[in-house]
Design a protein around this ligand. Structure first.
Ligand SMILES: [Mn+2]
Length: 267
């Protein structure tokens, strides 16, 4: 079975179309989506319409949860932009998405980890540093999940880790946003390092799973211009370069406290 894995589209319709075209050339049996599909200053409505039409096995990300549960005055700019443009049908679709999804009995879809849509699986934020997770940390986060392949998103950083117990964790990276600033638990950046739209192909082999990490070109300048038109220079820079400059606070001044609230709520 060959599976194409997409995640963290964040309303970047052009990147999604480029990735879907690329995927079509590889003829997978299945495409799965790991959430955070629409939040951001680009094209949330068109992105949701496309995804609803595809009917992919999909888990909801923290941003879908936030869109469905926060009031507008609690939202950060990215969620608010999407919330104001989504139809009631799109909201209803979003509300059907599960937190995690088991495909067959051996492939588990999650957004963050099996237990949290906010916890980074293969990165660790600790002591003021963001670094790749150790194998012990990832094993703890995998918990009792019995699937031999766990597909995760959330961090936007493509990464593969093989656990000592044989389980494989794959983060395909982000289709639509290659870098961002975050203030929680301390100011840090996540950056894939190039503007290409990312996804992964995974295929079962005799010995386990074969993984191909993809980086796809698309018109990121056009996407960056859309972001600039919404006053999101942070997004524009991330879209054009795959990098962002670290800065102490988010421009709308709300995101940090929202994330802390969501984190507290979740735990
Ligand atoms: Mn995301």
């Amino acid at each position: 079975m060959k599976i194409a894995v997409i995640s963290d589209i964040h309303g970047n319709h052009a990147a999604l179309e480029a990735v879907l075209s690329h995927i079509a050339r590889h003829g997978p049996d299945l495409i799965v989506n790991l959430g955070d599909a629409v939040s951001g200053p680009l094209q949330p409505f068109a992105t949701a319409e496309r995804l609803m039409g595809l009917g992919l096995p999909t888990v909801r990300g923290n941003h879908e949860r936030q869109l469905l549960t926060l009031s507008p005055d609690q939202m950060g700019a990215s969620d608010l932009f999407a919330a104001e443009r989504m139809s009631s049908e799109q909201r209803a679709w979003m509300a059907t998405l599960p937190e995690t999804l088991l495909i067959g009995d051996d492939v588990l879809l999650v957004h963050g980890t099996p237990n949290s849509d906010l916890t980074c699986f293969l990165e660790t934020l600790k002591d003021g540093i963001c670094r790749p997770a150790t194998r012990d940390e990832a094993t703890t986060r995998a918990g009792q999940a019995s699937a031999s392949l766990i597909l995760c998103g959330h961090t936007h950083i493509p990464r593969v880790m093989h656990l000592d117990d044989g389980r494989l964790i794959v983060n395909p990276g982000s289709v639509g946003l290659q870098a961002f600033n975050d203030d929680t638990p301390f100011p840090h950046t996540m950056a894939a390092g190039s503007p290409h739209a990312r996804y992964a192909l995974v295929e079962r082999t005799k010995g386990g799973w074969h993984v191909e990490m993809m980086a796809v070109e698309y018109d990121w300048d056009a996407a960056a211009i859309l972001a600039e038109q919404q006053g999101r220079s942070d997004w524009a820079q991330a879209l054009r370069t795959g990098r962002v400059w670290l800065r102490p606070s988010h421009p709308n001044g709300k995101r940090s406290s929202n994330l802390r609230l969501m984190k507290a709520d979740f735990r």
